[in-house]
Design a protein around this ligand. Structure first.
Ligand SMILES: [Zn+2]
Length: 427
């Protein structure tokens, strides 16, 4: 080897060593940044389980390949054991993992390549994470494995897909057997106060809408719902239950079941979606459930919302009537009337506190509102497709006023029932 060639080799080695060192530093930094609070809390915890380990951190995901073969590779701080399944309608590949701290830009997987239409990743439940790949055309994994990189300092989870025919894909697809999350979450002893179930939309692997300025729906609605819960609890008049109390995925069916299991007096689902067709539309809107949508926009919105389970890799083809059980038509009608009545009260109260949509009371077939025995509404706080709404929604002062208005309308709506209960109580 001549001197120049030797220099080039040395330079290449140094460069790749520098890249490796930088990557390793990034992995460590991301691991510490993502996990710092729990690290501290858990280190101080005398009950810390033996052998406790922080979840691996994912810092990057790369799509390569074409219509014949596509590879999706996640860079992780440690190896993980993947479990793979295929699902149809739409065609998806679901990879279940132990908990992974995904530190990726929220819209990273929105743009596909080759066989992959899009992909997403996130928490499914405590200790469980998931990657869902939506396919552009039928494809089967030929290899899904963790491999060490950077001399073992990091790991790459490689998912290699090959084009397949419809028949082969259909044969490989298996629907998921759902666990019943709601069953374990039934309320303790009832203390006589009405139960309000608050439902922050989306969560975990399902980010919901991503709006102007990368505002993420699941985070905005969670922050708002917590504020609303605090206000309701402070009044002492209600018992408040949230369908999720962290950034975790909850299926639409489980949300409904939680409301039913707690015998809720009211179910309020909180969202802040984007309207693709009408980005100029803004203002708060209250939706109730109906078989026929009040307008085309509401129908589109409900359709998008009803996809939440499919987004997370669940089989959405369940019978919407299943939750109805043996309840009488009278109960259904009564619930519907109450839902409308509450929507009207809510719109009335919000008028003073926030900007309303020009048609603020609407209806459509939202699955999450289908409990036949629990009056249910869905509140779109505003639309993340509107710049002015995003400005409002991220403002502490607005959030406080809007949460106050919703809390007081819940108070007004349930006041007759509370008075009745008080009158009937033994003295
Ligand atoms: Zn939503």
């Amino acid at each position: 080897m001549d001197f120049a060639a030797a220099c080039r080799t040395v330079e290449r080695t140094l460069r790749s060593a520098a890249v490796r060192a930088a990557l390793a530093a990034a992995v460590t930094a991301a691991a510490l940044a993502g996990a710092a609070p729990s690290l501290q809390a858990r280190d101080l915890d005398p009950l810390k389980p033996e052998g406790f380990k922080l979840p691996p951190v994912a810092i990057d995901a790369q799509l390569t390949g074409d219509q014949q073969a596509t590879r999706l590779a996640f860079t992780l701080s440690a190896a993980v054991e993947p479990k793979v399944r295929m699902l149809e309608k739409p065609d998806r590949i679901v990879i279940d993992l132990p908990e992974v701290n995904f530190q990726l830009p929220p819209d990273l997987g929105r743009k596909g390549r080759g066989l992959v239409k899009s992909f997403r990743s996130g928490l499914m439940a405590q200790g469980r994470s998931r990657v869902v790949i939506e396919l552009a055309s039928p494809a089967l994994p030929v290899r899904v494995a963790s491999e060490p990189v950077m001399g073992g300092a990091a790991s790459v989870l490689a998912i290699e897909l090959k084009k397949a025919d419809r028949e082969a894909f259909a044969k490989a697809a298996v629907p998921e057997i759902r666990e019943d999350a709601a069953a374990g979450r039934v309320a303790g002893p009832v203390d006589g106060r009405p139960v309000i179930v608050l439902d922050p939309g989306h969560g975990g692997i399902d980010t919901g809408a991503i709006g102007v300025g990368q505002t993420i729906e699941k985070d905005v609605v969670f922050a708002f719902t917590r504020q609303l819960r605090d206000k309701l609890e402070a009044s002492g008049r209600f018992k408040v239950v949230m369908t999720r109390d962290s950034d975790v995925f909850v299926s639409l069916r489980d949300r409904v079941k939680i409301a039913q299991a707690h015998n809720a007096s009211l179910f309020v689902s909180i969202h802040a979606d984007t309207l693709v067709v009408s980005p100029e539309v803004r203002g708060m809107t209250v939706y109730t459930n109906s078989d026929r949508a009040s307008d085309a926009e509401s129908a589109r919105l409900a359709e998008a919302e009803n996809k939440a389970d499919s987004v997370a890799g669940l089989d959405p083809n369940e019978d919407p009537e299943e939750v109805a059980g043996i309840l009488s038509d009278l109960t259904r009608r009564e619930t519907r009337t109450y839902s409308h009545l509450f929507a009207r009260t809510l719109v009335g109260q919000i008028t003073a506190a926030s900007r309303l949509n020009k048609n603020p009371q609407r209806s459509a077939g939202f699955w999450v509102l289908r409990a036949p025995d629990v009056p249910s509404v869905l509140v779109e706080l505003g639309y993340l497709s509107s710049k002015s709404d995003v400005q409002l929604l991220t403002q502490a002062e607005w959030r406080d006023k809007a949460a106050e208005a919703i809390a007081s309308s819940i108070g007004a709506f349930l006041a007759p029932r509370i008075a009745q209960q008080a009158a009937a109580a033994p003295r």
